[in-house]
Design a protein around this ligand. Structure first.
Ligand SMILES: [Fe+2]
Ligand SMILES: [Fe+2]
Length: 378
């Protein structure tokens, strides 16, 4: 009480904080940015790019976090919490080998091959989902010498916001060539450990010993017996979370997941909170809409993006129509009422959807269902 009365006697100058006003301005800017950002992008709208890992098309703009707030992501497509790109593997191509804290998800559009995750080999084929949990050494290969493989790929940006973005590029892919004019960087033993590009950017090759030591130490922690108190439960959680992602299947086999006749339509939920996977930040499903049909109508706080695998049609999002065709990518921004329509009288539509599960963990998960799909039968 004495302290309170002392503080009352102090005559402090009044300094105004503008944190609320800045927050309100941020939301206005964000909404405007989403309004201006494309809802539909075409496969050929952006060039195919190559990097140390593979070849890909970037449907979202990649900018380092220090060059702008997350809202600045919504340039190429009206989504902000995850990157979206397509990875293209020519026949026989192997990716580089790398590791990052970012969680990543791959939907195999076509082709077949395998991944190696932390030394374990998993086969994949069209219709499968490859799950890359946080901090997993991973590489992929197209096992066909005649056919291309393609995947829709996403990495989640929440890790980047938390300062855990760094990618350890352990090996570059066999076809990788640094930009013309780059200089090799070699260590004291003459080993190649990276390249300095003409614009000053550097590619480092090799594992980061600091992260490696941190994660190795975590892996060696044990917890025996029952927890005695709340503090013990935290200690047990570290052990459980570290082990959990190694015990889950890293490839979800599309053929093994049943189609469900839901109020939203015919859906196969490949990755969800209700099916074991090592992913915490994504939901993935495929949906089929019959000729001339349409989906149910709903809204969710989380954003999602669809890749149209076959057919043509349109979305109605908050009352506006957005037309799409096979190979297009369609964004559904946060808090948007949406419904999908098949515009063909004789061909089905299929699409795959990536949905950001971070909203679920923030207490804003689930769907607000508004209208049933016409062919739904309870
Ligand atoms: Fe990766
Ligand atoms: Fe949706």
């Amino acid at each position: 009480m004495e302290r309170v009365s002392e503080r009352k006697r102090e005559s402090e100058p009044v300094i105004y904080s503008t944190i609320i006003e800045q927050g309100q301005q941020f939301v206005r800017d964000f909404q405007q940015r989403l309004e201006n950002a494309p809802r539909v992008v075409k496969f050929n709208q952006y060039p195919t790019m190559t990097n140390a890992m593979a070849r890909h098309k970037q449907y979202t703009q990649h900018e380092p976090a220090n060059e702008g707030h997350i809202q600045h992501r919504a340039k190429r497509l009206a989504i902000t919490s995850f990157n979206l790109r397509e990875q293209i593997f020519p026949p026989g191509m192997k990716s580089g080998v790398h590791r990052h804290f970012l969680e990543a998800v791959f939907y195999v559009i076509e082709g077949e091959g395998h991944v190696i995750h932390d030394g374990i080999k998993y086969p994949w084929e069209a219709g499968d989902v490859i799950c890359v949990p946080t901090y997993c050494v991973h590489e992929r290969a197209n096992s066909s010498n005649t056919k291309e493989a393609r995947m829709l790929v996403s990495t989640h940006l929440v890790f980047e916001l938390l300062g855990l973005e760094s990618t350890e590029q352990i090996k570059v892919n066999a076809n990788y060539r640094p930009p013309e004019g780059s200089q090799e960087i070699r260590d004291s033993r003459g080993e190649l450990v990276g390249y300095k590009y003409p614009d000053g950017l550097e590619l480092k090759i090799g594992a980061d010993p600091k992260f490696q030591a941190l994660m190795d130490a975590k892996k060696q922690v044990e917890f025996a017996g029952q927890p005695h108190d709340t503090y013990d439960r935290y200690c047990q959680t570290l052990v459980e979370q570290t082990r959990w992602r190694f015990s889950m299947p890293h490839v979800v086999k599309g053929k093994e997941v049943p189609w469900e006749n839901t109020r939203m339509g015919k859906i196969k939920h490949l990755v969800s909170p209700y099916r074991p996977s090592p992913l915490m930040l994504y939901d993935v499903y495929v949906q089929e809409i019959p000729p001339g049909g349409h989906s149910g109508k709903h809204r969710h706080v989380s954003e999602e993006a669809h890749k149209i695998l076959s057919g043509r049609g349109y979305d109605i999002q908050d009352g506006k129509r957005y037309d799409w065709d096979a190979e297009d990518v369609v964004a559904v921004p946060i808090n948007t009422v949406h419904q999908h329509f098949n515009a063909s009288p004789d061909k089905p539509v299929t699409f795959v959807s990536f949905q950001s599960r971070i909203f679920h963990h923030l207490g804003h998960g689930g769907f607000e269902h508004m209208e049933d799909a016409p062919d739904y039968r309870a």
